[in-house]
Design a protein around this ligand. Structure first.
Ligand SMILES: Nc1nc2c(ncn2[C@@H]2O[C@H](COP(=O)(O)OP(=O)(O)O)[C@@H](O)[C@H]2O)c(=O)[nH]1
Ligand SMILES: [Mg+2]
Length: 263
């Protein structure tokens, strides 16, 4: 763990990487980054902030790069299209001991990330923010959006993974080794990547906690309800199919050494 003190060397691993997928976020990003940077000053450990952008048609890249110029702990990455791809890029390039997905709209106050980390949460490899678990509070969410979420959760339970009340919240923490294993096999590029990531984590035997959060609905959304829900259901089925075809089997990182090498 890289505690920020005089002994910390430049190359020490940050405790936490905050990965922010950002698509056309020029308006929401500055306020969220300001809040994260202010919070970061209050914690005794090193935090890395990574903004992952892809093909935004607004000034997201300029906004992100201007923060990166002014703050040493902010990095900007670019990826191919889709939230899933952006998150994978961040997860595989983050240097933190823990890697945290964080939506650009910061619909959960950033200080709540501490509920996902030791000492507040111990004994888990993955911690997922939940708007449904006992103790969670949702503010201002229209009924139709809540209902859509519940229907999708039912579909996820029937077709893919049981036991989670909310797989789609944009705040999730992965311990580094689990993140490497999960995101190096991830194939879903869009919104359903969360379901696939949990599916893979469970397949690896990871211990997953659902963390109740305070969540503020933000009407400005990149989700297109009808079209995206249909794609998401198809993606849930694809996850099952991928597993059945062996596409999620772990591959050794390096080719195995030959037995009895001839010297
Ligand atoms: N980089 C990247 N980020 C995306 C993409 N689609 C969505 N996001 C991000 O995903 C997060 C959640 O999006 P949002 O519109 O708030 O979804 P909602 O909260 O479910 O309505 C935000 O940080 C978006 O900028 C994409 O294609 N690329
Ligand atoms: Mg949002």
């Amino acid at each position: 763990m890289a505690i920020r003190d005089s002994a910390t060397v430049e190359t020490a691993r940050p405790l936490l990487s905050i990965i922010i997928p950002a698509y056309n976020e020029e308006n929401r990003l500055p306020k969220s980054l300001d809040q994260i940077l202010t919070w970061q000053e209050t914690v005794p450990y090193e935090v890395e902030i990574m903004i992952v952008e892809n093909g935004s048609s607004d000034r997201t890249t300029e906004v992100a790069e201007s923060y990166a110029r002014q703050h040493g702990g902010v990095r900007v990455l670019h990826s191919a299209k889709g939230k899933g791809v952006a998150v994978r890029e961040g997860m595989l390039h983050g240097r933190g001991e823990y890697l945290f997905i964080c939506d650009s709209d910061l619909s959960m106050p950033i200080a709540e990330v501490e509920k996902f980390l030791p000492p507040q949460l111990v004994g888990y490899d993955v911690a997922i923010g939940s708007r449904e678990a006992p103790g969670a509070v949702r503010y201002n969410e229209p009924r139709y959006r809540h209902l859509m979420g519940r229907v999708f959760n039912l579909i996820v339970r029937v077709l893919a993974i049981r036991g989670f009340q909310d797989t789609q919240c944009g705040f999730k923490l992965f311990q580094r080794d689990v993140a490497d294993s999960v995101f190096s096999r991830q194939r879903v590029t869009g919104w359903t990547f969360d379901v696939e990531a949990l599916y893979l984590a469970l397949k690896d035997g990871a211990r997953v906690a659902e963390v109740p959060i305070h969540w503020y609905f933000n009407a400005d959304s990149r989700v297109e309800p009808v079209r995206d829900t249909w794609h998401m259901v198809m993606d849930v089925l694809r996850i099952r199919l991928n597993d059945w075809r062996g596409l999620y089997d772990r591959r050794p990182l390096n080719p195995p050494l030959p037995e009895n090498p001839v010297l």
